[in-house]
Ligand binder design. Sequence first.
Ligand code: NAD
Length: 489
Amino acid sequence: MSSKQQVVEQARKAFQTGRSKELPYRIQQLKNLRRLISERQADIADALRNDLYKSENGTQLYEMIGLEGEINLAVSRLAEWAAPRPVEKSLLTISDEVFIQPEPLGVVLIIGAWNYPWAVTLQPLIGAIAAGNAAVVKPSELSSHTSKVMEELLSQYLDKEMYPVVTGGVPETQELLQQRFDHVFYTGSSTVGKLVMEAAARHLTPVTLELGGKSPCYIDKDCDLAIACRRITWGKYVNCGQTCIAPDYILCEPSIQARVIDEITKCIKEFYTDDPKTCPDYGRIINQRHFQRLMGLVEGNSVVVGGDTDESQCYISPTVLTGVTADSKVMQEEIFGPLLPIIPVSGTQEAISFVNHREKPLALYVFSSNKKVIKQFMSETSSGALLANDCLVHYTVSDLPFGGVGNSGMGCYHGKYTFDQLSHLRSCLIKRLNMEAVNQMRYPPHTAKKLQWARLFLLRQVNLARWRQMAKVAVLAVLAAFVVQRFLR
Ligand code: NAD
């Protein structure tokens, strides 16, 4: 038995003990995770500084607060999420118990990415714990310091048989993917997403794919450009552009392009000083391979802002590119770095058509004071999320399902959505063995009269929540039984 097989076996054995089905156990594990985040802040921040040159406050703001919020929500709402969910009944099932019972799936594999390595790895884990699953956690090898700290800390704070961590690179992930899981939750590129789905298909294992792609950003000329560019500059250059929902490129009319460049230049200075390289809030590219890849994307375009680099530090300053066309290299793949191309369009209609000729994005940004323009984008395009007049902030709303559509992913998470995504929503109907007469209409011989009754009983929806007085329900049930006894026997 290979070591990966052993890890999965051990997690499955832990799951089969049934201890993760108990709500107090799940809550305790979630609280332990919360304790880890607060007690080991310094270790977490050190690792992220080494991996991506993130500042300590930035780590809190962009990764830890969100995790804490998700844990708090899960702890306070778990009893409600895990409880049976009554559904509407028909006349036929009026005296039955009809409900959805969420139940754990079993062993979940969580494969994380490196850009926000704690957020994208632990957030699915919170849902996996809340839903009562065991989980094998595979952090990205590219954020190697974080991966090591995560392995050490999770085993100290959590039930390590139930939630083991596997570190390593592509071969280790591939070996893991050969094992049988009950769900695979993957965050990363669309290319690898396809390999993950292919591997999961061999075991008919369902997948959640949190992928990326190019998220467009349209700036309408009817817009407060100073405010729009401020929000866009923030959304683009945070974490050095390595954010799955960062605005990938700007679409705007040529008449406002110079103002857009001017405003973005001002904001870069305001946020990151005249020398972003020495600014503690400006990050670094994850490694030299990605640095080289980004350098390749600059070629052939005009650098109108930034363009300073230092390969030894994987540093690329906040950069704006013009002279970009749909055929430019920078438009063929997700940028995932601090390069912001501006592409001229003749107006809203051309911007929409540009978006619709490409893969469905993870996020779509529209900046406009004109509500009609925003509505037009809503009705004529599709994307994982649509934001008007801001960037990224939808990620922070636990009540919004976070995820892609088409090439940007499948499935969604955050808050209760993670719980549901990692649960089996089991349909339950509990009948008693009396009132057999009501069933006559379904037993052969099938007569026209029985069919008439069946139509009435099956098609009439009964929303019990609306029925204030239970007595009415009882009277109806008795009446139904009487009718069947009298006319159908
Ligand atoms: P990555 O290289 O770290 O890969 C992610 C995971 O896949 C890692 O754990 C890695 O070990 C594994 N992996 C890589 N190659 C593999 C292979 N050939 N076979 C099996 N496993 C393999 O991360 P990445 O793909 O560079 O991440 C960046 C991408 O992730 C971007 O496209 C970004 O938009 C996307 N992303 C999406 C979200 C989201 O929530 N939708 C969040 C963060 C990042």
